[in-house]
Write a protein that binds this ligand. Structure first.
Ligand code: FMN
Length: 153
């Protein structure tokens, strides 16, 4: 099964930390949307989008990447890190639905945030993603892959 994850992780590398943990054990194609704007994803069975949350949603770069490159009828999952817990995936879910893709799951956790006024207090969610957050991401990813393997077997 071929898996790709397109990501944006520019604030503190919080989201990338989760992806690196996932990628230690599984062979996943990681696409940094800062460096890569166009990619042919038609060969991939499962496609993930991962981002820090910027102004209440996934990075515009990930949103744009998904709009231009996500083929229709794909299996998709989302990973996000944020300063304050919330539901930030609405716009991505809309794109996924418009492309007749199936959303397999969403994983989110807090990530060190020094944006704006938070910088004055040394940031919030300082230790995050922590070990629990990282293990949660690995577990989330494993479950998605296991479920998909059953579909393909
Ligand atoms: C410009 C900017 C805007 C942000 N907006 C939000 C927000 O709306 N909600 C939130 O919970 N966190 C917000 N954050 C915090 C980030 O989502 C959080 O630190 C995230 O873990 C960053 O991920 P990254 O290090 O992978 O880029 C913002 C951070 C920056 C720099």
């Amino acid at each position: 099964m071929k898996i790709a994850i397109a990501y944006y992780s520019q604030h503190h590398g919080n989201t990338k930390k989760l992806l690196d943990a996932i990628n230690v054990t599984d062979d996943v194609k990681l696409i940094n949307v800062v460096e890569c704007k166009e990619a042919d994803l038609s060969d991939y069975d499962v496609i993930g989008f991962a981002s820090g949350i910027y102004f209440g949603k996934f990075s515009d770069k990930v949103i744009q990447f998904a709009k231009s490159n996500l083929p229709s009828d794909k299996q998709v999952f989302l990973i996000n890190t944020y300063g304050v817990k919330g539901n930030y995936t609405k716009e991505m879910q809309k794109i996924i639905a418009e492309k007749s893709c199936q959303l397999l799951g969403i994983y989110g956790c807090r990530g060190f945030d020094t944006f704006g006024p938070f910088k004055l207090v040394g940031g919030i969610a300082k230790e995050h993603p922590d070990e629990n957050d990282v293990n949660g991401a690995i577990e989330f990813f494993r479950k998605i892959i296991e479920d998909e393997k059953q579909v393909y077997s």
